[in-house]
Design a protein around this ligand. Structure first.
Ligand code: ADP
Ligand code: MG
Length: 401
């Protein structure tokens, strides 16, 4: 009997999905002439293949109907929360004859459908053998743990418990990120791949967060064994040092996520999206302090209390944006590669504050900038842009007076 096929697929992909041979098991697709793609993947329980069909390439996992439906909905919800994960295409069910089961109350039928979780293929993933190859510098290895820590911290602070956090379920690749006011930058990012076990909760308890982290540490031990068995020459990946680093970064970044959340609740500004990321959690406090000062100032002017979020809007439009646009047009940003506009703003303003405190008077923009430049070892040619940039900064900052 030809089994019935049911499609639950996003319209955009319908044509490419419908022409695949869903009436046969995934493991046999290749024999039936489907060209599968050789893609590095994590260890998995289920049959997973990658295929190109028309304009798209997909990752397809064979699995039960209920789970595939749930997994696709998990991916949708993760994306809505802005989490770095696979893009869901949908699920396709092959209906089979139910299995008759003899029970004391007569014959019962057990559902026997086969389903498939389909996601868009993520390409250019860095394979494990490269990620953890022998002689990998500590610096490079730490960038990998940074990416993993960022993913875990983001999940937990957004009320997501993964339940299967492991290296095998994490894809790592270089991504082109848009940094506000700076432009595009390449960053190592970790993707959540495998969303079967995910749970959404209003808040993830500390004990669950710890459990998830410890589970991930175990997965680092497994991969040692896997790679050794595969004959890949490499250093130990799960040294105590690695774990300690990952734990430290996770806690740091989780703290940062909390700060950013609270900042957004109070000001309605998302720091990453509107100002650029910050590596140091205390920068969120400093930005908030500036906005609070600005609120005091605009309230004085208006002879009435201005709300913090209105003050934040005024500060952003009239101070932050013009300053950052000027950093860019005057070429100041080029002297501080790797810094975001938010970081430069905080550092320059803090520098001005401390210098002024020390000398008991407002030191002005030019001295602030010269000092900042010296401290970060910016090229001497910076002197050229110093005068003009400082003058423009002063105009913007004085604009409110
Ligand atoms: N769309 C995709 N793009 C790239 N890699 C994928 C994709 N889907 C799955 N993978 C890889 O295949 C692995 C196995 O899939 P997964 O959902 O984890 O199966 P299992 O539930 O059996 O563990 C993943 O961990 C990931 O490495
Ligand atoms: Mg998996």
């Amino acid at each position: 009997m030809e089994s019935a096929i049911r499609f639950h697929v996003d319209l955009i992909f319908e044509k490419e999905i419908e022409r695949l041979p869903w009436h046969i098991p995934l493991a046999e697709w290749e024999e039936h002439g489907v060209r599968t793609l050789e893609i590095k993947r994590g260890i998995s329980r289920h049959v997973v293949i990658f295929v190109k069909s028309g304009r798209f390439s997909f990752g397809i996992k064979e699995i039960g109907e209920k789970i595939s439906k749930k997994e696709i909905s998990h991916y949708e919800q993760l994306l809505l929360r802005g989490i770095h994960t696979l893009v869901p295409v949908g699920y396709v069910v092959r209906e089979e004859e139910p299995i008759p089961l003899q029970t004391p109350i007569g014959v019962q039928y057990e559902e026997n459908n086969t389903s498939h979780t389909i996601t868009l293929l993520v390409e250019k993933v860095i394979p494990d053998s490269v990620l953890y190859r022998r002689g990998f510098s500590t610096e490079n290895r730490e960038r990998i743990w940074d990416a993993v820590a960022a993913l875990l911290a983001e999940l937990h602070s957004k009320g997501v418990y993964w339940g299967d956090a492991s290296l095998a379920n994490t894809l790592i690749r270089f991504e082109n990120i848009n940094v506000p006011f700076v432009g595009r930058r390449t960053e190592l990012k970790a993707y959540l791949a495998d969303a079967e076990t995910i749970e959404f909760q209003p808040e993830i308890s500390e004990s669950l967060r710890e459990a998830e982290l410890n589970f991930f540490f175990e997965s680092m031990d497994w991969i040692n064994g896997d790679l050794r068995a595969a004959g890949v020459p490499r250093d130990e990946l799960s040294t105590e040092e690695d774990k300690e680093y990952l734990r430290h970064r996770y806690h740091q970044l989780f703290g940062l996520e909390q700060k950013k959340r609270s900042f957004e609740l109070q000001t309605s500004y998302n720091i990453d999206r509107f100002m650029g990321s910050i590596a140091d959690p205390s920068y969120a406090d400093l930005l908030l302090k500036h906005i609070e000062e600005h609120k005091w100032y605009v309230s004085e002017l208006a002879h009435k209390e201005i709300s913090l979020s209105d003050a934040a809007h005024d500060w952003y439009e009239n101070i932050f944006v013009p300053l950052c646009a000027m950093f860019r047009s005057e070429g100041v940003l080029e002297y501080f590669p790797g810094k975001t506009a938010a970081e430069m703003y905080v550092e320059i303003m803090t520098n001005k504050y401390f210098l002024s405190e020390k000398s008991g008077k407002d030191v002005g923009m030019e001295r602030t900038m010269r000092d900042y430049m010296k401290r970060f070892g910016a090229a001497p040619t910076f002197a050229g842009v110093l005068k003009s940039a400082s003058r423009k900064m002063k105009t913007i900052l004085d604009g409110k007076k």
